[in-house]
Design a protein around this ligand. Structure first.
Ligand SMILES: Nc1ncnc2c1ncn2[C@@H]1O[C@H](COP(=O)(O)OP(=O)(O)O)[C@@H](O)[C@H]1O
Ligand SMILES: [Mg+2]
Length: 387
């Protein structure tokens, strides 16, 4: 039998036993079994050849690990509706049910606007919506301009949405709290809403924070509306956003998605993600800037003209361009490792790579157009239909 399948079956057994033990009020033994199950799912995910299985197993491993972590510090109690809830220990104020690494990551980012090629218009919008309200708070108050509405970055994959959100935090010196949207949905414990609330509580404690929900479509899509857990998470997210006091809370909420048409429209009401910012694929100048960034530290032969490279990479995303630079460098590197001369990267290396790698943007636009027409929201996403 496929070893990944055996692993997964065993893991399911452990997880079920752990849940039973937890329900019977034996957190220590439950924790041990959750950890065993998490480890097995993790191993299974590494042995899995199917991408979908791999992701699911990794997510399960994360959930189970989070469950074990939660049991470590705070005893779980059974609530009247049968859902296990996490009881906060009043002597222990360290957000025990959230393990930092499992559900979100708090950091002061190192990459800023200068690491992002092109997207000048988006940077300007971010300055006005995020950076100036933090850095010129009094001016905004003086003119009665309310800042602090949530921003939804949308656009084709690999064109810098995640980078832009991080850079926004770096540019205004904010702490960047990036939520792993898939991990926040914990079907096991019905504690997903609590996770959302805790993220906001933690952000409020900081001097200045940006909360970022990446790939928010994974919880807040129209199609997941029927799923009970997703609905609860979204409702809590909306309640938290409605409760942000822009005068006293130094926090802003950002989200990103490749599928803006799939997002529950309730999220776009005023005070929520009412500002939509389109992060487009790079134009000619932007491609040149991106290529310069990714080739800065690589040795180029004289026949490599970055302007020319930019001109032959229409419809390639920023992520495509980054990969092209890496793969082109891999060619002489491989030769050198096999004993050849450590030569510079030539134009032909880029040409070889480009023949194999097709631009990833085209299919996204095709999908976008057909999906938007189905929702009847052509006006909201006009930019996507003009292409
Ligand atoms: N404008 C850009 N400038 C420089 N690098 C970029 C740019 N856009 C994308 N990249 C590269 O592609 C990678 C993926 O970008 P990311 O921000 O995760 O895209 P998205 O979130 O839109 O899918 C980045 O880590 C970076 O290496
Ligand atoms: Mg991203």
């Amino acid at each position: 039998m496929n070893s990944a399948i055996t692993f997964a079956a065993q893991a399911r057994g452990y997880a079920k036993a752990a849940k039973d033990l937890e329900d019977r009020g034996q957190p220590e033994r439950a924790r041990e079994l959750y950890l065993k199950a998490a480890k097995l799912y993790n191993d299974a995910s590494m042995n899995s050849t199917e991408g979908i299985d791999r992701n699911t197993q990794r997510d399960l491993a994360e959930h189970l690990f989070a469950r074990a972590q939660a049991l470590k510090k705070s005893p779980a109690v059974l609530s009247s509706d049968g859902n296990t809830q996490i009881k906060r220990d009043s002597t222990n104020n360290d957000d025990s049910s959230l393990s930092k690494d499992d559900v979100f990551l708090k950091e002061i980012p190192k990459t800023g606007f200068s690491d992002i090629g092109g997207l000048e218009q988006v940077k300007e919008e971010i300055r006005k919506a995020i950076i100036y309200p933090f850095t010129h708070k009094e001016l905004y108050q003086m003119y009665g301009q309310k800042a602090g509405e949530g921003i939804l970055l949308y656009g084709p994959p690999g064109c810098g949405k995640t980078m832009m959100a991080k850079a926004a935090a770096k540019e205004c010196g904010a702490e960047f709290i990036s939520v792993k949207t898939s991990s926040i949905v914990s079907k096991w414990v019905g504690a997903s809403e609590k996770n959302v609330k805790q993220v906001f509580d933690i952000a409020r404690q900081g001097d200045r924070s940006i909360i970022f929900f990446d790939e928010i479509d994974s919880i807040a899509s129209r199609r997941s509306e029927s799923e009970d857990y997703a609905k609860r998470v979204v409702n809590e997210l909306l309640a938290q956003m409605d409760g942000v006091d822009t005068a006293s809370d130094n926090l802003l909420v950002l989200a990103a998605t490749n599928e803006p048409w799939a997002i529950d429209p309730a999220l776009r009401r005023p005070g929520r993600f009412s500002k939509l910012v389109f992060v487009p694929e790079p134009d000619l100048d932007a491609r040149e800037a991106i290529l310069r960034i990714h080739l800065k530290k690589r040795p180029l032969d004289n026949d490599v003209d970055i302007k020319h490279l930019a001109s032959i990479t229409n419809s390639y995303s920023g992520a495509d361009l980054a990969a092209i630079c890496k793969e082109a460098a891999d060619i002489p590197l491989g030769e050198a490792l096999r004993g050849g001369e450590a030569r510079k990267i030539r134009l032909e290396d880029f040409e070889t790579v480009l023949q194999k790698r097709k631009p990833s943007i085209v299919s996204w636009y095709i999908e976008a157009r057909s999906a938007i027409q189905k929702t009847g929201e052509e006006e909201v996403f006009a930019e996507l239909l003009q292409k």
